[in-house]
Design a protein around this ligand. Structure first.
Ligand SMILES: Nc1ncnc2c1ncn2[C@@H]1O[C@H](COP(=O)(O)OP(=O)(O)OP(=O)(O)O)[C@@H](O)[C@H]1O
Ligand SMILES: [Mg+2]
Length: 256
């Protein structure tokens, strides 16, 4: 077994007195797609922020390629929930901007930006400003920008949540194709159980207060997966049952 690319080691995180994450340990190999599922507030985004170096653990550590993560780096890119596009720059310029620190000529930068915008189906909107694009298109620009940097790790916080079903399916397939080609490691937070089963090699279900890893599920079926087949259905049931399992406790809380 090779050394993991990401190693989350007994990580706990407190915000003031509130313990948000408790003793999270998780190793991720290069090229894996990991999905994290869990109820609102269970610490999913906090976990991504720790891996990305945007927050520091209260105890424990996160290693990227055997180095302790102490700050954000271009090796590990966060795909923002709110796109993070500059409104006065065109789609193409937004992607080019992310490439500015790289050893590329102007032409190479333009070509790379166009390549990834084409991959996400925006080749005819290169010069559009974010305000001239739909929410889904803006999200696609943000995805193109993240991919164009060729990061080793992409952290995705509900990347497709705002998209219609068809765009979401299309982008899920694009993501798989690109990921296969570039062996990018992806850590994906999603509320969409089907999305987790469709994309992930392993799914982690978190439980809240404080956030812990409740269950790990290996999805070994080959990709692309068939959302309609019995194996997919099996994983849906397994995951639904996990959430059902925690239901009575919540019901009692709401009834008080
Ligand atoms: N910077 C912060 N300061 C104080 N508390 C925070 C901070 N960030 C998160 N929290 C708290 O930590 C808990 C977990 O938040 P987090 O955003 O990680 O949850 P989440 O699982 O991503 O939820 P959602 O599914 O709603 O996005 C919440 O109770 C939240 O209020
Ligand atoms: Mg969140």
């Amino acid at each position: 077994m090779t050394a993991p690319l990401i190693s989350i080691q007994q990580v706990s995180k407190k915000f003031f007195e509130q313990e948000v994450l408790n003793q999270i340990s998780l190793d991720i190999q290069k090229g894996e797609i990991i999905a994290i599922l869990g109820k609102s507030g269970c610490g999913k985004s906090t976990l991504l922020n720790l891996v990305g170096g945007f927050e520091q653990p209260s105890t424990g550590q996160v290693l990227l390629d055997n180095q302790i993560v102490t700050k954000a780096s271009k090796r590990c890119i966060m795909l923002m929930q709110n796109y993070g596009l500059l409104p006065w720059r065109s789609a193409q310029k937004n992607v080019e901007l992310a490439l500015e620190g790289e050893a590329l000529s102007k032409i190479e930068r333009q070509q790379r930006a166009q390549h990834y915008l084409k991959l996400v189906g925006l080749e005819d909107r290169l010069s559009a400003l974010p305000s001239e694009l739909s929410g889904g298109m803006q999200q696609r620009v943000a995805i193109a920008r993240a991919l164009a940097i060729h990061p080793e790790v992409i952290l995705m916080d509900e990347p497709f949540a705002a998209l219609d079903t068809f765009t979401r399916y299309y982008l899920q397939d694009e993501l798989l194709a690109i990921q296969k080609e570039e062996r990018t490691t992806i850590l994906l937070v999603t509320h969409d159980i089907d999305e987790a089963i469709y994309l992930a090699d392993r799914i982690f279900i978190m439980s809240p207060n404080p956030g812990r890893i409740h269950r790990e599920i290996h999805v070994r079926s080959t990709k692309p997966r068939d959302r309609a087949d019995s194996e997919f259905q099996h994983f849906r049931e397994v995951i639904f049952n996990e959430f059902h399992f925690t239901q009575p406790q919540d019901t009692i809380e709401y009834n008080i």
